[in-house]
Design a protein around this ligand. Structure first.
Ligand SMILES: Cc1cc2nc3c(=O)[nH]c(=O)nc-3n(C[C@H](O)[C@H](O)[C@H](O)COP(=O)(O)OP(=O)(O)OC[C@H]3O[C@@H](n4cnc5c(N)ncnc54)[C@H](O)[C@@H]3O)c2cc1C
Length: 464
């Protein structure tokens, strides 16, 4: 078939765009190189739902982050994506940083965010008693929140599928042939033909862009490494602790995670290899030094995991979203360090541009309700805690992953879901299994057996 629109890239941005378009009468394909959705940058970030208080006023990014904050917040309520409204505290450690706070507050207001408030040194320690010595003051940003990036990506892609989009994983686009009416994408999973193509390929967007004859930007993979500390550290960090941003970037933060851990990072290192998501000794040392100054007691706790994500930084100070109506092609590039928050607003923006270009994207009335996602958040009720649910279905009382308290029922549900996991990492993103202290040392074999058999092994399923 010839799709009306094909969206390349099933990260948060591409999935949000496919979902939005699939809400109209258009036929939509979401074309993804990897074997799962949400397996690129969207799975490895700091998972903050940003207010956009510190964006550059007047930019497209500033507008779409502010809009995305509200859209995703509402969507999270509708779908059950876990969010905790912890708020953030920006801490000034030097006289220079203290002097920069009023300008930051003014910037927030220029971005339409009026809720910041000044905090003196005493107030800073009242909010985060475990903070290292030397804080001079701070700025509260009550709207900054923590969110589950995995569930966000999965909800958007699931929604797109339920609205009728074809989710074509394992389809790496290697080249395109553009005709007068349609474009054929030659992919590792076969040809896909569409009238319009949206390029939401993240780190690969600049390469793909050249296939439509453009040479307008270069992606630099900017690696961010992070540490995840054990859940025992959680009480040390009641809210997101941010540094004062500088010309060198947003800096290293400490934040609670939605799974009940504490996160320290990210670094910011420009690389050439777009696949290098490994962590490094230099990154380790850098973060350790930062952690020691920020929150010395944190370093007494165990590190559960470390990971790295690659921001798709570009050689321009803003998002690069553009429609080439002649070639029926849309570029969605440079969604660097805010795309988790802005993704739904980017989708709304892209649909607006396509409508202006003559495509009928009017919403259809018969949309299915948004999917209700399994709760991975520590603040909400988890199945192992839910007595009536366990009584109705004992699989929710059978814990398979003990560190994260993931039950057989949740694994079974993930395997039977609209977009089942392709591998153990995909199962981890859907359930939290293997994500805890032991990193799969104890439960790895049982969880792997579930995945291999496509169902729960009888030893697990029958154990109530
Ligand atoms: C360290 C770090 C911290 C961050 N923190 C935050 C945060 O706290 N809050 C926030 O809002 N944002 C944050 N971000 C940014 C956010 O994660 C990204 O902006 C967002 O995930 C980008 O989504 P995407 O869909 O554009 O890209 P991706 O998730 O990378 O998706 C692109 C997809 O395109 C696919 N693809 C590429 N080439 C092809 C091809 N040829 N054929 C088919 N498919 C292809 C890829 O496989 C990939 O799945 C952070 C990023 C990093 C790295």
């Amino acid at each position: 078939m010839t799709y009306d629109v094909a969206v390349i890239g099933a990260g948060i941005v591409g999935s949000a765009i496919a979902r939005e378009l699939a809400g109209s009468h258009l036929s939509v394909a979401l074309v993804e190189a990897r074997s799962d959705v949400g397996d690129g940058t969207s799975k490895a970030n700091t998972a903050l739902l940003h207010t956009g208080f510190d964006a550059t006023p007047g930019t497209l990014e500033s507008r779409l982050v502010a809009r995305g904050y509200h859209l995703l917040g509402e969507y999270a309520e509708a779908t059950g994506i876990p969010v905790e409204r912890t708020g953030a505290l920006l801490v000034a450690w030097t006289a220079e940083e203290l002097a920069a706070l009023p300008a930051l507050r003014a910037k927030a207001e220029a971005n339409g965010y009026d809720d910041c408030s000044d905090v003196d040194a005493e107030g800073v320690y009242a909010l985060v008693p475990a903070l290292g010595p030397g804080a001079l003051g701070g700025l509260r940003v009550p709207g900054e929140s923590i969110i589950c990036t995995w569930t966000t990506n999965l909800a958007l892609a699931t929604d797109a599928k339920r609205r009728g989009a074809d989710v074509l994983t394992g389809h790496r686009v290697g080249s395109v042939s553009s005709g007068t009416e349609t474009t054929v994408m030659h992919t590792s999973g076969g040809d896909v033909e569409a009238t319009w193509v949206v390029n939401a390929a993240g780190l690969g967007a600049d390469h793909l862009d050249t296939w439509w004859g453009h040479r307008r930007f270069t992606v630099t993979p900017r690696r961010g490494e992070l540490f995840v500390f054990d859940k025992l550290a959680r009480d040390l960090v009641p809210l997101i602790v941010l540094p004062v941003p500088s010309s060198r970037g947003k800096g290293v933060l400490v934040s609670p995670t939605i799974y009940g851990n504490v996160m320290l990072g990210p670094t910011a290192q420009d690389l050439t290899d777009r696949a290098d998501t490994g962590t490094s000794e230099a990154g380790f040392e850098f973060l350790w030094d930062k952690g020691r100054a920020l929150l010395p007691r944190l370093l007494e706790e165990e590190v559960t995991a470390s990971y790295a994500g690659l921001r798709a930084a570009i050689d321009r100070p803003d998002y690069l979203i553009d429609v080439d109506a002649d070639r029926r092609y849309v570029l969605v590039g440079g969604i660097r360090s805010t795309g988790l928050t802005s993704g739904m607003a980017v989708a709304e923006h892209v649909v607006g541009l396509l409508t202006d270009a003559g495509l009928n994207c009017a919403p259809r009335p018969d949309l299915p309700p948004p999917p209700r996602m399994p709760n991975l958040g520590e603040a909400g009720l988890r199945p192992y805690q839910d007595g009536p649910r366990i009584a109705a279905d004992p699989a929710y009382g059978t814990v398979v992953c003990f560190c994260e308290r993931v039950t057989a029922g949740e694994i079974r549900d993930a395997l039977a879901s609209d977009l089942p996991p392709a591998d153990l990492d995909g199962l981890r993103r859907r359930t939290r299994a293997l994500n805890g202290r032991c990193q799969g040392f104890y439960c790895g074999a049982s969880v792997a057996a579930c995945l291999e058999q496509g169902e729960l092994p009888s030893a697990v399923a029958g154990h109530g």
